[in-house]
Design a protein around this ligand. Sequence first.
Ligand code: UDP
Ligand code: MG
Length: 146
Amino acid sequence: MGVERTLAIIKPDAVEKNAAGAILKAIQDAGLRVIGLKMLHLSEQQARGFYAVHKARPFYADLVKFMTSGPVVVVALEGENAIAHWRELMGPTDSTKAAKGTIRGDWGTDVERNAAHGSDAPETARVEIAYWFNATEMQAPVEALP
Ligand code: UDP
Ligand code: MG
């Protein structure tokens, strides 16, 4: 455990609902720190690359279509146990099974349109943060400061 970094994405459905601010506030109220932040309208290539791990799944094409349907907000987070903490705040993948008070329970619609993404492990978090942010676009790691 200890201090971790993780990658969050506020997906197009939540941005369309004007929920980006509310979701960022929920993140901060939970004690996680925003260390990188950008709004992007993903290209098909960017979305396909980000979700490459799911390319053989039946939902892949629809997922790419959804993720490119409007702008997203990509967020790098830091905090104690950040990977599991953010996934807990989001709730389960299927929004219809997510409790009220979770991001997906409050803002998601179904198993695809579920308002937010979160990395699932330290290695995926590292790869996913590097996919969207270069070193000058986010807060430097403590060990890199002079
Ligand atoms: N997804 C979908 N249908 C499914 C499972 C997942 O459309 O049956 C979408 C959904 O948007 C999900 C994303 O694909 O967030 C990635 O799936 P994953 O299993 O990694 O879920 P997550 O880690 O986001 O909870
Ligand atoms: Mg996942």
